[in-house]
Design a protein around this ligand. Structure first.
Ligand code: ADP
Ligand code: MG
Length: 396
């Protein structure tokens, strides 16, 4: 897949009706009030560019899981209100997605005007990428812009299908995601270090395998380390392991050796006798965690080794926390690695929902080059998979 895609700046949008797929999937409280408008705020540069260049802007998004039928609980109306405040101009809210109101609102737009369609997932055809639905959506506009990275790994009507009928380009959010991550994967500044952790090996099989073909050093932490350690003959007590992934773990260690990749596993671990925020932490060597104890974070010696390996890196890609960072007692490994990455001066890319949350929670967000906004999409990107919502865009 090529990561060189045309952007809104490469196409003449003046006077054109432009359909923009945004990610307005915002969190709401019981009354429907938006509790965090970050996703709306982040969409503003693309929308403002289109307004300033005389486009007639038709926004669309999903919100929650209405499962293919109209449900007022998942209406995008609160988003239109917030967007209107942020843009300091009216945002016309359509009462449907491809119906008469959407058609009327789209047709009434003057240059620089903005409207928002209803939740695309009010139609079951959206997630089925139904051709007739995609065509009807596309018929509202003359140009398609995808700026929803978080759904770009899904071939839905509004994320990919519409591109069969319209010239398709990316907005600034997707442009940044594929610019930074694409460069790291295709032409990384070396040494290239990957730090992988998190809950399960099985979630990260594709990521580990793909990154082993690109990196100089691979660092493993989190619960997945215990599957690797077990495969190497360690006794990991009651740590979380995946017994059906031991062969895969051995294969990956062999692949690293074959390719000359430095492969690091924890040598010590912060353990506890039960899984709880107030469990007492005890440090044990990786080779001999006693029965009754489980590893919940990397230990102090491992932190030193990993920090040394990160120092001097040219590029660091990080996916998966080093421990149960949600509990303060077991967050130190994740915090220390965030610190090492921040201090390294490397191009730093954080992918994965919980990893991004950890970096924000621990206060390192503004010291990273890029925190990917798409959990599943960023993982598929790191796996080297083709993302339908990006593949459908025009090449530069
Ligand atoms: P991401 O969303 O960034 O891809 P994952 O979902 O794979 O990350 O993993 C995040 C989860 O892994 C966190 O909830 C964290 O508590 C858990 N985790 C990390 N280390 C351990 C461990 N040693 N034991 C149990 N859970 C762990
Ligand atoms: Mg996760």
């Amino acid at each position: 897949m090529t990561y060189q895609k045309k952007t809104i700046e490469d196409i003449d949008v003046s006077g054109k009706r432009v359909l923009v797929r945004c990610d307005f999937n915002v969190p709401q409280d019981d009354t429907g009030a938006i509790t965090n408008d970050k996703r709306i705020v982040e969409s503003l540069p693309t929308i403002r560019y289109l307004i300033d260049h005389g486009a007639r802007v038709i926004l669309c998004s999903h919100l929650g899981r209405p499962k293919g039928s109209v449900n007022p609980k998942y209406s995008l109306r609160p988003v239109a209100a917030r967007l209107s405040e942020l843009l300091e101009k009216p945002v016309a809210m359509a009462g449907d997605v491809i119906g008469p109101d959407a058609q009327a609102k789209a047709a009434a737009l003057q240059n620089g005007d903005v409207c928002l369609l209803e939740n695309v997932r009010f139609h079951a055809e959206e997630e089925k990428n139904d051709a007739a639905f995609a065509k009807a959506l596309a018929s509202l506009a003359e140009i398609y812009v995808n700026d929803a990275f978080g759904t770009s790994h899904r071939a839905h009507a509004s994320t990919a299908g519409v591109a069969d009928y319209l010239p398709a380009v990316c907005g600034y959010l997707i442009g940044k995601e594929i610019g930074v991550m694409g460069a790291a994967l295709s032409d990384p500044k070396r040494p290239f270090v990957a730090v992988l952790g998190g809950a399960k090996v099985s979630d990260k099989i594709g990521v580990i395998s793909n990154l082993l073909e690109k990196v100089d050093t691979l660092i493993i932490g989190g619960a997945m380390a215990y599957t690797f350690l077990t495969a190497q003959g360690a006794s990991v007590g009651d740590s979380r392991i995946e017994a059906d992934k031991l062969d895969y773990a051995r294969e990956m260690v062999q692949k690293a050796a074959d390719r000359g990749v430095r492969f690091l596993l924890p040598t010590d671990n912060v353990c506890a006798d039960h899984f709880a925020a107030d469990a007492a932490p005890v440090v044990h060597d990786s080779m001999s965690i006693p029965a009754g104890y489980m590893g919940l974070d990397i230990g102090p010696e491992t932190i030193r080794t990993y920090s040394d390996a990160i120092r001097g890196a040219g590029t660091v890609v990080w996916n998966g926390p080093m421990g149960v960072f949600e509990f303060d007692t077991f967050a130190e490994g994740t915090r220390a690695i965030a610190q090492a990455i921040a201090d390294s001066g490397a191009i730093s890319i954080i992918g994965g929902g919980d990893s991004a949350a950890a970096v924000v929670q621990l206060g390192y967000a503004d010291r990273m080059t890029h925190i990917s906004t798409g959990g599943g999409a960023s993982l598929e990107f790191l796996e080297g998979l083709v993302l339908p919502g990006i593949a459908c865009l025009l090449d530069k």
